[in-house]
Design a protein around this ligand. Structure first.
Ligand SMILES: Cc1cc2nc3c(=O)[nH]c(=O)nc-3n(C[C@H](O)[C@H](O)[C@H](O)COP(=O)(O)OP(=O)(O)OC[C@H]3O[C@@H](n4cnc5c(N)ncnc54)[C@H](O)[C@@H]3O)c2cc1C
Length: 478
């Protein structure tokens, strides 16, 4: 028996390996919709860089669907229930999301849909192992990554094999709705995002191409190379994964195929897989501890006395701290919508442990600027950096931006690219220009405090202050 299904695209903007869309298409005609809901998420409304990405991702998807995708804007539940009133559907399908606000919305909406006698099904489209399936033998959630991944995930069932694109798609256009993609106003009239454009090929095809490039030329030597921001050893798949232009199952399965071929080192393959595992871990934390985005996971951090200093915060946000690797990272973020993981850790540590500013400030700025801004990974990672999270970096792990720069950007290619005003400085002084003799600064065209800022904090002093403050916290808790 055929059924007419309403299908909601959300963070699954692809046609291949989309379990919910696939199932909907097997049963008969489908009305595919996307709702831009800025009301239900409240303070977790999408940031600027995400909106830019979303616009282009939806534009690609719309083309793939022969312009049969229907757009709406408003409170998601009202729109879904309104469509049920207006038109007759036999079923509503979507892929599950795990943001706390979304889970509350979905549970309530599903109950209301079922009450109306309409079938409602949800599927797993975006995680290798769903959080409710990976718990310890006593039923409690894992709080430490290694046992979560090694015992919880890898010993559970294997991730499913990816699905093909549905062979037959019978799409319905909503003739009562005239909203077009452009009406969602996802693109800011001030085109601040134009510097991000050359860095990305947004959409399902772009995601697949990105995966192929990484497998062909980045995965080899991933374990070591992934720490060097000037090298091409990271996949840059994060925004594609966040918006669901590619599924982790597709990535996992491509990696499996390479493992079977036996052409690449298992060390690199396993390490890459474990990074996907960190994504799963972040989702598990968010699912089991829904306060993760705003509350310290370790309550003793509630007593920490963070500084308030808008000038320091602004210098950090703008990449004007006087610490070249920090500034390079913050400018990479601003210019491309992405920041290399090593540099996310350096800039994060600098904000929290040298400037002593609350991790919420970093979380909020990343949320607005990252094209891969993801509630689970962003909040779990900021808590990791602050030391307040589950399985977090210990408080005494303070990244030194000078030695980190020297170690992970030894030729300064990354730093010179994003901080061009220091490009002519010799490597020896690149990460500590304040130590360069006047004659060298002059030859390099650098005037500290004019062409490039002087350091906004003293590294040693701020490190000691942070260590003292953090250790007081530990003593207080014991
Ligand atoms: C302060 C801070 C904030 C972060 N915010 C986000 C965020 O909002 N969104 C986000 O996707 N990642 C975030 N990360 C995690 C990580 O930096 C990015 O996932 C990674 O840099 C993405 O680049 P890639 O795709 O080239 O990674 P690759 O090294 O190629 O890794 C492959 C995939 O594994 C996942 N992954 C890798 N490292 C991590 C990690 N530490 N935590 C969770 N997943 C991981 C990502 O999905 C990534 O695409 C944050 C890290 C820090 C330190």
């Amino acid at each position: 028996m055929t059924q007419k299904t309403l299908f909601c695209f959300r963070q699954d903007l692809r046609l291949t390996d989309n379990p919910s869309f696939y199932a909907a298409c097997q049963n008969g005609p489908v009305m595919a919709i996307y709702i831009l809901d800025d009301i239900t998420p409240q303070s977790f409304k999408m940031g600027g860089a995400s909106r830019w990405w979303l616009h282009h991702s939806l534009s690609m998807l719309e083309k793939q669907l022969d312009y049969q995708l229907n757009f709406y804007q408003g409170r998601s539940q009202d729109i879904i229930l309104g469509l049920l009133e207006e038109q007759k559907f036999d079923a509503i399908y979507w892929n599950r999301c795990y943001e706390p606000w979304r889970m509350a919305h979905d549970a309530d909406t599903k109950a209301k849909i079922l009450k109306r006698g309409v079938d409602c099904k949800s599927f797993n489209g975006s995680l290798l192992w769903e959080p409710m399936d990976v718990v310890k033998s006593d039923g409690t959630p894992y709080k430490v990554f290694t046992p979560f991944y090694r015992n919880g995930c890898l010993k559970a069932r294997l991730p499913r094999h990816p699905l093909e694109k549905p062979a037959k798609v019978d799409l319905i256009k909503d003739n009562n709705n005239s909203t077009e993609l452009k009406d969602l106003n996802l693109l800011d009239p001030i085109k601040w995002y134009s510097s991000m454009e050359p860095h990305w090929t947004i959409g399902e095809e772009g995601a697949q191409a990105r995966l192929k490039t990484f497998l062909d030329s980045g995965l080899q030597n991933y374990k070591e190379g992934r720490d060097f921001p000037a090298k091409n050893h990271v996949s840059r798949l994060s925004p594609h994964l966040h918006f669901g232009e590619i599924s982790p199952h597709q990535v996992w399965s491509a990696i499996q195929a390479i493992t079977i071929e036996g052409t690449l080192s298992l060390t690199d393959i396993d390490h890459f897989r474990s990074e996907l595992g960190w994504r799963e871990f972040s989702y598990s934390l968010l699912y089991h501890f829904p306060d993760l985005p705003r509350q310290n996971f370790q309550k003793k951090f509630d007593a920490f006395s963070w500084q308030t200093n808008s000038e320091l915060l602004r210098a950090w946000q703008r990449g004007k701290t006087g610490y070249p690797i920090v500034d390079a990272g913050m400018r990479e973020l601003w210019q491309t919508g992405y920041m290399h993981n090593r540099v996310r850790m350096i800039t994060g540590s600098f904000l929290v442990k040298n400037l002593l500013l609350h991790w919420h400030h970093g979380e909020d700025w990343f949320w607005d600027c990252l094209v891969d801004a993801d509630l689970a990974s962003n909040s779990a990672s900021w808590q990791w950096i602050a030391g307040s999270g589950a399985d977090a970096a210990p408080y005494f792990r303070i990244f030194n931006p000078v030695t980190q720069g020297e170690k992970f950007d030894p030729q300064g290619m990354y730093t010179r690219k994003f901080v061009p005003e220091l490009a002519q400085l010799p490597d020896r002084y690149l990460f500590k220009p304040w130590e360069a003799p006047e004659s060298i600064l002059k030859t390099a065209g650098v005037v500290l405090g004019e062409t490039y800022p002087k350091p906004i904090v003293d590294l040693k002093k701020s490190r000691m202050t942070a260590l003292e403050a953090f250790s007081l916290l530990s003593r207080g808790a014991s």
